[in-house]
Design a binder for this molecule. Sequence first.
Ligand code: SAM
Ligand code: SF4
Ligand code: SF4
Length: 356
Amino acid sequence: MACKGSAVRDRLAPHLNTGIMNITDKYERKLRDLRISVTDKCNFRCTYCMPKEIYNSNYKFLKRTEILSFEEIIKLSNIFSSMGVKKIRLTGGEPLLRKNIHVLINYLKDIKNIDDISMTTNGVLLSEKKAVLLKDSGLNRLTVSLDSLDPNKFSTISGSKYSPENVLQGINNARKAGFDNIKINMVIKKNVNHKDIIPMLEKFQGTGCIVRFIEFMDVGNVNLWSKKDVLSLDDILSIISEKYHINSLEKNYSSEVAKRWSYDGGEFGIISSISNPFCGDCSRLRLTAEGKIFTCLFANNSYDIKNLLRTSKSDYDIKQFLTNMWTNRDDKYSENRLSNNNYKIIKKAEMSYIGG
Ligand code: SAM
Ligand code: SF4
Ligand code: SF4
């Protein structure tokens, strides 16, 4: 990106931050978190996200011109911050595949009212140099995904040439660069990696890293989700409490997605979208790499913001459009799925496209 300095910042978001709006949706939920997918590409082929059978050489990923530029992402982030967004998470696909991502972070961190910038990554591209660049650019927090410490299982689940050692090296590089309280995301599939729960917890015991077990979710259509593959929050807790004394902890903030527990050795979390949905305080909005906005991870329709950006609509018009979108939001997919077994959205966006 060629632009630098406050003049550029002003050009990208003139006069928007002067009155922060606290808009709410149909269920009185505020807009607070923005998840930005910076690419739909990935160097892994996780079975539950981008199965190899679909994401092969015939698959058409987005072209360079189709994805939002850094300028467009910054402009939108400024508008969102003026609507109440305080936290930004960069995701994908694999966000570290996006060239010069640290430059984007450097601009995002200067946006007024954005007090937290985080990233979810599979970790294998976290070289020493990259970790330092990310830290210096202003990235506040890192979440690294790791589903097994067993090389064979890791290879089968991730569908990649990498090993758990590569991810652990990335985590170490991040810690050396100054990232603390790194979160470790582990998606649990029954009879695939549920026996790895205790080894994973023990691997990070006393390190300050917080393991978060994620119930396998029915995002998208290609992962052939079935409820029988889900290990629920209760199941996960009973596995851990067979070995450890655990205590539940308060949420850090109201829209936190993980429930938290302490155990002798630190803290762990569980993200239980299937068995204990958390739609009630969902303040998240998702922006895809190609500039579509989803008001729910499981939505089947989206809003084309790139078209507005590229047809020279004024910031005021774009903000108006987004405000209408949020005030009309009534998504509660996970709660509806729990209360009605037959509740279905037939065609949902894929996780690697919408961003996790
Ligand atoms: N590539 C990065 C990574 O894997 O960390 C970021 C994108 S990935 C889509 C974001 C998160 O979503 C990861 O922690 C991943 O494990 C999780 N995820 C993907 N598909 C999932 C599914 N079907 N159920 C639960 N979590 C899933
Ligand atoms: Fe890639 Fe992340 Fe999806 Fe795995 S979960 S395929 S690493 S985007
Ligand atoms: Fe938010 Fe949709 Fe997930 Fe509910 S199902 S928590 S509304 S993203």
